[in-house]
Structures are given as C-alpha cells and as structure tokens.
Design a protein around this ligand. Structure first.
Ligand code: JFZ
Length: 510
C-alpha cells in the first residue's frame, strides 16, 4: 500500500500518465484506470487527491522544490529552538523615531521614507554612527539568559546600510567612526554562547542606484537593475564567505515587483547559496514562483524551508498551520523593530510574550522576540526587563518549549498543550477558579499516570471525570488549593495510566 502511494504521488495528471504510454493495450488501460480510481477513492497521493477535489496541479519550474518538511539535522535543530531573538540595528537607531524634534509615528527603521526628513541627511547619518557602548558579549549573555536558542541579526535593512564591511559598497560600518565589523562581533559572541545565528538581509536597498521597487521600465533602468542583482548576489556570497558559522538567511523585502519578476534568477541564487552553505535555512520570504505567488506557490506548496508569514501575528488555530515549519516574529510595542525612543502604542508585558511563545510552540512554530538597541549600542531597559522575566520563566519551564510539538487534544480555557516524546506539558495562563485543570483525552488513548508542577516538589492528584458521549476520557488535575501562583505555570504529565490504576471519580468541590 505504501509503495503504491509513493508511485501515485508523482505529480502527473491522468492524461499525462497515459501520454507516457504510447502503445497501450485495452487490458493495461483497464488496469491503469482501476489503479487511478482506487487511488482517487482512497485519497492517496497528492495529485490524485487534488484531482478528486477538482484541483489540478500546475507544473512549476520555480515553485516549491519539496513537498513536506525538511528532514535533515540542520532543520531539525532549527525546529527545536522554540525561542529566538531578533535584533534590528542600524543607523536608524540614531534618530530613534525623531527628526528635528519632530515625532515619527511609523516603524523607526522606516524613518527614511518619511517626508519630514531629507534623504541625503539620512544617507549621511552613518558618519555619526559610533556605538561605543556596544558589547556583543553582554547582548549574547542576555539572550542566553532569556532562553533564546537562535538569533536573527539585521546585516542590511531597507536603507541599504551594511553592518559588515562589504567590499561591494562604501555604505558600510567600515566608513563610520566606529569602523569595526559589527556582524562579525555578533556572530562570534552569540556562537560562543551556543546560540545559532541567522542573518536578516533586505533585498530592498534604498541606497543602491540600480535598485528598483517596481519592475524597471526603461533600458537604462533594466541595465541598472541587472547591476543591482549582481551586487545583491555578491553580498550574499560575501556574508556566507565571511561568517561561515551562520545557520540561515532571513530575507525581507521580496514583495517588490522587480524581485518577484526575477523568479528563475532568484531560484537559482537560492540553489547556489544552499550549495555553498550546506544545511542553510531559508524561509518563505525569499522568492516568488513564476506566477508571482509568494510564500505558498501556485499549487499551494510552501516555498523553501519555513513559513515566514506570521509576522506580528499568530495562527488562531492549528488548522491555520498548513503542516509546515514556521516562525512568528514579534515586536514589543505594536510595530517598532528598530529603536524608537518614544513608544506610544501598547507595550507587551512578559506574560503577553510568554503566552505567545507557548501558543506558537503549541502549534509547531518558533517564537522570535525583537529587540531594537539604541544608537550607542544599549539595549533599552524595557527590553532588558522583558528578557529577564522571560528568562526567569524559562529557567523553570523551558521543558514545555524546547523541542516540543503540537498535541491534538482539545484545547481548554486554561492554556496550551505541548508535548515531547511521552511527556505532555500544560502551560496554564488562566488558573481555574475551582483549582481543577481539566483535560479531555481522545478516545483510545490512555490518561496520564502522574502530574507535577515544574519547579515545585510533589505530585498532583489526578481524578477521573468519566467518559463523555464521544467516549473521550475526562481527567481533572488538582492544584494545591493553598498554592499561590503569581506567574503562568506548567504542569507536566508523565506516564500512561494502566488497568491497575484505580480511578477516583471527581466530585465537584464548589
Ligand atoms: C518588514 C520590514 O519592512 C520591517 O521593517 C521589519 O524588518 C519586519 C521584520 O519586516 O516588514 C514587514 C514585512 C512583512 C509584512 C509586514 C511588514 N507582512 O507580510 O505583512
């Protein structure tokens, strides 16, 4: 059966299949038809299942190059990270959302597009960039203490300023008063702490004369764009050459029409980068297919290694996750990535963020929290406080985050499930008023043998609530009535109940 499924999985329509058999006997034809209808009826294999629902797969040259998740060790490592840190740092940290005393309400790293600021003034800011307080070791230590297992650093944002001494432009850190290679310092310090580094790279570059946001129209613009493509390619290879320890590239800006029109070229670039750097992890925000479809190609398959669409947002149910790897990148205020000295929208607290982290991991996603250091190289006190509080939580509860995956038990109002091997974690954000944490175990599955709260000694009583109409087993895990919970906490369920475990049926206590 499995073998049959594999053969049937080759994406061919019935017509194409017959086209491959120029001489076909009646007998063979009947056999083939039988096979085809069988496959369709059983819903085996993608092409057939989709045909049965009326959707034809379109042959694509530059769509997804794989169906299903990557299975190699490098990707497995990425998948298990659970928590990451994003750092947006560049010359935009100097104005920090203000120019000439005026407040810019948009994302601070976008200030250059603001009408209130002359472009050439912005483009000369780098001459003042001198972050004398920058201490990569301190940042890396803080990230480690927060529990981050990977980090993403902005090598070049949309403004085009390079935080490494690129030999392909003068608009780099080498020509600031600071001079030193910031990317190298970051890569070394984080790698030393055992944190994987991924490099953010914007394919939008407002500083390059050949860059075009729309499809270039004139011959001169087309030629200039060709130069920009070569420049971009050179810079990417330069980054891999200079920082061979990095694990992935986090692309941004690929919504640009000019870039989207270059599907074959970008596809080849991706292949070459992967060849140069085996194991390289690249998300879905890198390239479009030949029909301009981004993230998911024309056939609905994920482009590249993980879904990058969850930016400042989380899926509200596991059904929204299309059985792919994904990350959620999150800002502390509503939408500020680079340093803004005056946050005026709601600022998330550590419980908001811990809940989002758990939520993401309960649906197989990694959670990545953004930091925007200031122009001198300091991480602001608000972010330091959050990192500390998340870290304190992680010290006790990280088992519910690292290497976990989705558990298909019915979600209850108290919080979220994650699982690792046979262990099940219940991250409780809303403590039930009667101190009973309810779980509904699917039909045919055993309930838990033991329950304990991470960071506390002793086990919790588990009582049975019998079976419901759907033959699912209900259990109540009893919280110690006198325990004070000041933070979200995690209950770990271990082992499986067997026939000899006496069921004590719970009586409502209120
Ligand atoms: C982009 C950048 O423009 C922004 O400055 C920041 O670096 C962020 C991480 O990425 O912003 C986006 C990208 C994608 C969407 C929205 C903002 N999107 O898909 O909705």
């Amino acid at each position: 059966m499995i073998n049959f499924q594999r053969t049937a999985n080759i994406p061919m329509t019935g017509l194409e299949l017959f086209g491959n058999f120029p001489v076909i006997s009646n007998h063979t034809m009947k056999k083939l038809l039988l096979l085809l209808s069988l496959a369709a009826a059983l819903g085996c294999g993608n092409s057939f299942a989709q045909k049965a629902t009326g959707k034809e797969r379109v042959p694509l040259k530059h769509g997804a190059h794989r169906q299903g998740k990557r299975t190699d060790a490098a990707m497995q490592q990425w998948r298990e990270h659970g928590l990451g840190q994003f750092i947006h740092w560049g010359v935009y940290a100097i104005p920090g959302g203000h120019w000439d005393g005026k407040y810019f309400g948009g994302a601070a790293e976008w200030i250059r597009v603001w009408n209130g600021i002359p472009k050439d003034a912005y483009d000369n800011l780098y001459k003042e960039f001198n972050p004398t307080d920058f201490d990569a070791g301190k940042w890396a230590k803080q990230a480690k203490d927060m529990g981050a297992r990977y980090m993403i650093f902005t090598t070049k944002h949309h403004d085009g300023f390079c935080m490494w001494p690129s030999k392909y432009t003068d608009y780099t850190i080498a020509n600031t008063p600071y001079k030193k290679d910031i990317v190298k310092t970051i890569v070394d310090a984080y790698t030393k702490e055992g944190i994987d580094v991924h490099l953010y790279f914007s394919i939008i570059d407002w500083n390059h004369k050949g860059y075009s946001s729309g499809a270039p129209t004139t011959d001169a613009k087309k030629a200039a764009y060709e130069e920009f493509k070569t420049f971009t390619r050179n810079q990417l290879f330069e980054l891999l050459e200079m920082y061979p320890q990095i694990k992935g590239l986090w692309f941004d800006g690929s919504w640009d029409k000019a870039w989207m029109n270059e599907a074959p070229w970008v596809d080849q670039l991706g292949k070459d980068l992967r060849e140069k750097h085996p194991g390289l992890v690249i998300g879905s925000r890198f390239r479009a297919d030949e029909n301009g479809k981004r993230h998911y190609d024309t056939n609905g398959d994920l482009i590249d290694d993980y879904d990058q669409t969850w930016e400042r947002a989380l899926p509200d149910s596991f059904e929204k996750v299309k059985d792919v790897d994904w990350d959620c990148v999150m800002t502390v205020p509503e939408n500020q990535w680079g340093y803004h000295s005056d946050w005026r929208t709601y600022v998330k607290n550590s419980y908001d963020l811990i809940e989002m982290m758990v939520q993401a991991n309960s649906m197989n996603g990694n959670f990545v929290l953004n930091f925007g250091p200031d122009g001198k190289g300091n991480i602001r006190p608000e972010e330091t406080k959050l990192a500390k509080e998340i870290g304190e939580w992680m010290k006790v509860n990280s088992a519910a985050i690292y290497g976990v995956s989705h558990l298909n038990w019915k979600q209850q109002g108290w919080g979220y499930f994650t699982k690792k091997g046979d262990n099940i974690y219940l991250s409780v954000f809303n403590k039930p008023i009667d101190n009973r944490v309810k779980i509904i175990v699917p039909r045919g599955q055993a309930g838990p043998k033991t329950a304990k709260i991470l960071g506390m000694t002793g086990t919790l009583d588990i009582t049975s609530g019998g079976k419901n109409k759907g033959n699912e087993s209900i259990f109540y895990i009893h919280l110690p009535a006198n325990a004070k919970f000041e933070k979200p906490f995690v209950i770990a369920l271990e082992g499986k109940r067997d026939k000899n475990d006496k069921e004590v049926y719970d009586q409502a206590k209120i």
